[in-house]
Design a protein around this ligand. Structure first.
Ligand code: ZN
Ligand code: MN
Length: 130
């Protein structure tokens, strides 16, 4: 029982940490934040709790070329990944994409869809121009 309490405290803290940021952090970043509260927590535990959050629909994982990033914002949105600064920026769609409409017209049933856009963000572009 003592263990269960410890585990749920860690879980609650992890949820709070992930919900406190919109930077789409890596597991390592979350781990560093967790260690400020629970000095003995392991990276494996952080991974396990992140997976748990995903399983219960409180977070999602975004795969990039070099790492996985985590997002607790479960409203419908997509992501832009900057190849220079690695920033993941939220994109909020205006209505259903034309591709999905097309699939529906063809008789497909769409459960969910995702979109990733890759390039260079405005800040990096401006920094380059200097
Ligand atoms: Zn950038
Ligand atoms: Mn996001």
């Amino acid at each position: 029982m003592v263990n269960n309490t410890k585990h749920s405290k860690q879980r609650d803290a992890l949820i709070e940490i992930l919900q406190s940021t919109d930077t789409h952090p890596t597991a390592e970043w979350v781990y560093e934040k967790m260690r400020e509260i629970f000095p003995n927590v392991s990276l494996a535990t952080v991974y396990r709790n992140l997976k748990h959050m995903i399983e219960i629909g409180m977070a999602r994982e975004i795969y990039t070329d070099n790492s996985s990033r985590f997002d607790a914002n479960m409203t419908e949105h997509y992501h832009f990944l900057c190849r220079k600064c690695n920033k993941l920026i939220d994109i909020f769609p205006e209505g259903v994409s034309s591709e999905v409409k097309e699939m529906k017209k063809l008789g497909f049933e769409i459960d969910r869809y995702d979109l990733s856009v890759y390039g260079v963000c405005k800040d990096c572009k401006e920094a380059d121009a200097v």
